[in-house]
Design a protein around this ligand. Structure first.
Ligand SMILES: *Cc1c(COP(=O)(O)O)cnc(C)c1O
Length: 419
C-alpha cells in the first residue's frame, strides 16, 4: 500500500514540493513513484470491488477515473497550492471545460474578461452558447461593470490572472469582495503565475484552473491541466450543484467533478503526463525565478530601443500594472513580455531574422519562443472579435526560456537591424 509522507509546513516551497506526495515502498527502493500505466485495477473479492465503486473505500478502479501516478501529482499540487482539493486533467482546456460543465446550466451566465486565451474565448462564446449559457464580457478594471453584470443566474466570475497577450492584471482582492457579497464563485486561470509566486487563496480565488503544459510540465514535455479548489466557496448555494446529492457543503464542486463530469467527459490526466509534470513541479521554482529574471532584464533593456514602439512587462516602471504585480507576485511576474513594432511587416521581418528564439506557440518552454498572435492564435477571429479580444497586429509575444540572457539580448539586437 501507499502512505503519505508527513509535511513540514515550515519548509520552503521547493523542499515541500520535492518531498510531497505518495511514496510507494517499492521493493527496488525506487525514489520516485513509478508510472502506473495500466487501465484497470483488480480486487480480491466482489464485496471489495463493490465498495470501491460505491466510494465506501478509497481505491482506484479504472484510470479514466483515477490512477496512482495522477493521484501522486494531484497530491504534489495540493502541497504547492495549499488547496483543499485538486483534480488533474489532460490539458488546460480540459480543466476549464470540465469546471464549467460542472456549474453552468441553461439560462445561467458567466461574467468574464473578454481578454482570454483563444480557446477559452471560443468555448464561452460558441460551445457553451449552444447549451444556453451566456457570457457577459466586462472590463475587469471597472469594478462597477462587474457589480452590474452579476445577477442571480451568474454561475461564476472568470478571468485570467495575467491576460495574454495584453498582460493586464485584475485587482482580484477587490473583485473578490464584490463576488462574496453576491455569493458568486471566482474562478481564475492562473497559468501565467505559478504557486511559488502567487498565493491564490489570499487573493480571494475560490477555484484555480491551470494549464500545467506551461510552467509545470518542466519544459513543454506534454499537455496537462489542473482544477484547484481552495474550499472557500460554499457550493451548496449554487443552483445546479444544489440539485446533486451528497456530500453536503463546500466539497460539492469537486465531488460532482470526480463522480460525474470528469469521468463522463473522459479527459483525466494520463499516468505518463502525471509523471512528467511531477518531475517538472520539482524544478518549478528555480526555472520560474530564472526565467522571470531574464525576462525583466530583456524587457528593461529593450524598452528604450528606437525601433521598438512599446515593451509590456508588469515589472517595468511604466506598466499600469506594476503596483498590483508587485503586491501579488512577490516581484516576479514571469517569463512573458510583449513587444510592439511599427507594423505587422516589421514584426515578420524581425521574427524571421531571429536565430536562437524560435517561432512557435506555447509558453514557458525551456526554449525561448516568439509568436505574432494576430496572424496565428487569433487568425480565425473576425475583425470585430479581434477588436473585442484586444489583439493588435503589430504586437509579438515573447516567452523567455532558460538560454543565457546575453545570447538572447544579442539575438534580439541583431534581428532588430533587419526591421
Ligand atoms: C495554454 C493556455 C491554456 C490552455 O491550456 P492547454 O494545456 O493548451 O489546453 C489556457 N489558458 C492559458 C492562459 C494558457 O496559456
Amino acid at each position: 500500500m501507499i502512505k503519505i509522507i508527513k509535511q513540514m509546513n515550515n519548509q520552503s516551497f521547493s523542499t515541500r514540493i520535492i518531498n510531497a506526495g505518495f511514496q510507494k515502498p517499492d521493493v527496488h527502493g525506487a525514489i520516485t513513484l513509478p508510472v502506473y500505466r495500466n487501465a484497470a485495477f483488480e480486487f480480491a473479492d466482489s464485496e471489495t470491488i463493490a465498495a470501491a465503486f460505491q466510494n465506501r473505500i478509497n481505491a482506484h478502479t479504472y484510470s479514466r477515473i483515477s490512477n496512482p501516478s495522477v493521484a501522486n501529482f494531484e497530491q504534489k499540487v495540493k502541497t504547492a497550492s495549499n488547496a483543499e482539493s485538486v483534480i488533474a486533467l489532460s490539458s488546460g482546456m480540459a480543466a476549464i471545460t470540465n469546471s464549467f460543465f460542472a456549474i453552468a446550466y441553461a439560462g445561467s451566465n458567466i461574467v468574464s474578461s473578454p481578454h482570454l486565451f483563444g480557446n477559452t474565448f471560443s468555448f464561452f462564446k460558441f460551445t457553451l452558447a449552444a447549451f444556453g449559457v451566456e457570457v457577459r464580457f466586462v472590463d475587469t478594471n471597472d469594478l462597477q461593470q462587474i457589480t452590474d453584470a452579476v445577477d442571480e443566474n451568474t454561475c461564476a466570475f472568470f478571468a485570467e490572472l495575467v491576460t495574454n497577450p495584453h498582460l493586464e492584471i485584475a485587482d482580484l482582492p477587490k473583485i473578490s469582495n464584490i463576488l462574496k457579497a453576491k455569493d458568486v464563485p471566482m474562478i481564475i486561470d492562473t497559468t501565467l503565475i505559478p504557486w511559488c509566486a502567487f498565493d491564490a487563496k489570499k487573493a480571494g480565488v475560490d477555484v484555480e484552473v491551470v494549464s500545467t503544459t506551461k510552467y509545470i510540465s518542466g519544459g513543454a514535455t506534454s499537455t496537462g491541466g489542473v482544477i484547484v479548489d481552495y474550499g472557500t466557496f460554499n457550493w451548496e448555494t449554487n443552483k445546479k450543484l444544489a440539485a446533486t446529492h451528497k456530500p453536503e457543503g463546500i466539497s460539492r464542486f469537486m465531488f460532482k467533478l470526480r463522480s460525474e463530469i470528469v469521468r463522463n467527459l473522459g479527459a483525466y490526466m494520463t499516468p505518463d503526463t502525471a509523471y512528467m509534470h511531477t518531475i517538472g513541479l520539482e524544478t518549478l521554482q528555480v526555472r520560474y525565478e530564472q526565467m522571470s529574471k531574464t525576462a525583466y532584464e530583456l524587457a528593461s533593456y529593450f524598452s528604450t530601443h528606437p525601433k521598438i514602439t512599446k515593451v509590456s512587462y508588469p515589472k517595468l516602471e511604466n506598466s499600469p500594472y506594476k503596483a498590483i504585480s508587485d503586491k501579488l507576485f512577490t516581484g516576479n511576474p514571469g517569463a512573458l513580455f510583449c513587444i510592439n513594432l511599427q507594423s505587422k511587416s516589421a514584426c515578420y521581418k524581425f521574427m524571421d531574422a531571429l536565430k536562437i528564439i524560435r517561432r512557435a506557440t506555447n509558453l514557458f518552454d525551456n526554449k525561448s519562443l516568439i509568436i505574432h498572435p494576430e496572424s496565428t492564435i487569433y487568425s480565425s477571429f473576425s475583425p470585430e472579435m479581434k477588436r473585442i479580444a484586444g489583439i493588435e497586429d503589430n504586437l509579438m509575444r515573447l516567452s523567455v526560456g532558460l538560454e543565457n540572457v546575453k545570447d538572447l539580448k544579442k539575438d534580439i539586437e541583431t534581428a532588430l537591424e533587419f526591421v
